[in-house]
Design a protein around this ligand. Structure first.
Ligand code: PMP
Length: 399
């Protein structure tokens, strides 16, 4: 069970929050880190006063904590961004000229849309198929290549075979970025173990409040690229004539403007708490809830669990349901109104994957599918939450 610093804070104990995959609730470690800093923060990287010095230190310490959380290598850069979308867009703008990007079409839009020169592969049905499809795609590609893959699907919760795919990518000289928005809240994310060159994730899905995310990984492409946001902080020297300037290197190059100190500190506080805790116990608790939910769903007529790799494939605490003959949005609304349960309905910013899973036309326009209903959970979730949604589904689907 969670330790104290990982207790979820909530003022509504009667609400069954089962929409963690969208935004997870805040844990005590994050709330306390913010509260501690509120009465004494000042400018970051910009002042000589005691508040500014302490804030600069807190910000850079947060970076060190995140570096440890992702197992950053000595040459890696950790950049604070707004969220995963921001982090992946940043990397997309930092790719060397002529880079080909390769990804499966089941990615979240944040890991589907930012990439230049995309080679989009159909979502495979098995991990082996994924490996072979990637090999075929990489064979013969010239120039720099970036393979972009999710750590865990935001639709099905299934864990992608990132390491196997990364090994293939590296064997062909390609680099790899892992979208860990859904993996990081549930599993340790170590760059070396994942075989990733970069990793991206969001604080608001990792039990910290909104507004901070991370891109961490290889420095060379990031230092060679133009700054993500031109302005103060990103510039080292600025002359009198336009264009007469030098850009900073390291994280500062891509963190133009005043940084989100509170966001970074909150996010790092969760990383620190997770690093210090027994992840196996958290994992076991989550898998117990998952099994209870899936067993219960098997007895709910009209609810069909969806998956890419099959029902036995490992997954995090996310389950999506097709509800043939029902409008998932209407069912989700009734669950909220009549059972005080928060879930999500729709296509979850993964339109091609949801169309495929619902038997829709994968080449068709967006919006031609009723979508799915998603149940997702994590720290602080209980068997009572799971039982509540099961009762709610039985009642709403039966009437
Ligand atoms: N990737 C995945 C797998 C996600 O689930 C999400 C959020 N749903 C994102 C990227 C984008 O995260 P954010 O909205 O925090 O930028």
């Amino acid at each position: 069970m969670p330790s104290f610093s990982l207790d979820v804070i909530s003022d509504d104990s009667d609400f069954a929050h089962l929409d963690y995959a969208a935004s997870a609730p805040c844990v005590r470690a994050a709330a306390e880190a913010v509260q501690d800093l509120l009465p004494r923060y000042g400018s970051v990287h910009r002042g000589t006063g005691v508040r500014s010095q302490a804030s600069t230190l807190a910000y850079e310490l947060a970076r060190d904590v995140v570096a440890e959380f992702v197992g950053a290598r000595p040459d890696d850069t950790v950049i604070f961004t707004r969220n995963t979308t921001d982090a992946l867009n940043l990397l997309a703008r930092a790719l060397p000229e002529g880079t080909t990007t390769v990804q499966f079409d089941g990615e979240h839009h944040a890991n589907l849309l930012p990439w230049p020169n995309p080679l989009r592969l159909p979502t495979p049905s098995t991990p082996d198929e994924a490996v072979h499809a990637l090999k075929r795609a990489l064979d013969g590609l010239a120039g720099p290549v970036l393979f972009t893959v999710t750590g865990a699907s935001n639709v099905t919760g299934e864990v992608w075979p990132v390491r196997e795919l990364a090994d293939v990518a590296h064997a062909y000289g390609a680099r790899v970025v892992v979208d860990a928005a859904q993996l990081a809240p549930h599993r340790p994310v170590d760059l070396t173990e994942l075989g990733a060159d970069w990793i991206a994730f969001s604080g608001h899905k990792l039990y910290a409040p909104f507004g901070a995310g991370v891109l961490a990984g290889r420095s060379d492409w990031l230092d060679a690229a133009g700054p993500y946001l031109a302005g103060g902080g990103a510039s080292a020297t600025v002359g009198d004539r336009p264009g007469d300037l030098t850009w900073a290197t390291g994280p500062a190059r891509h963190e133009g403007g005043t940084p989100n100190l509170l966001g970074a500190v909150a996010l790092a506080a969760v990383c620190e708490a997770l690093t210090a805790t027994d992840r196996t116990a958290l994992h076991e608790h989550e898998q117990h809830l998952l099994a209870r939910l899936r067993d219960g769903l098997a007895g709910v007529p009209g609810a069909v669990e969806v998956s890419v790799f099959g029902p036995e494939h490992p997954r995090v605490g996310i389950v999506s349901l097709a509800l043939p003959g029902h409008d998932p949005a209407a069912i989700a609304q009734r669950l909220g109104r009549e059972h005080n349960v928060g879930v999500r309905a729709g296509q979850f910013c993964a339109h091609p994957l949801v169309r495929r899973l619902t038997g829709g036309d994968v080449t068709g326009a967006c919006g031609d599918t009723p979508g799915l209903l998603r149940i997702s959970f994590g720290l602080g979730s209980t068997t009572a939450d799971v039982d509540r949604v099961l009762v709610g589904l039985r009642e709403t689907l039966g009437t």
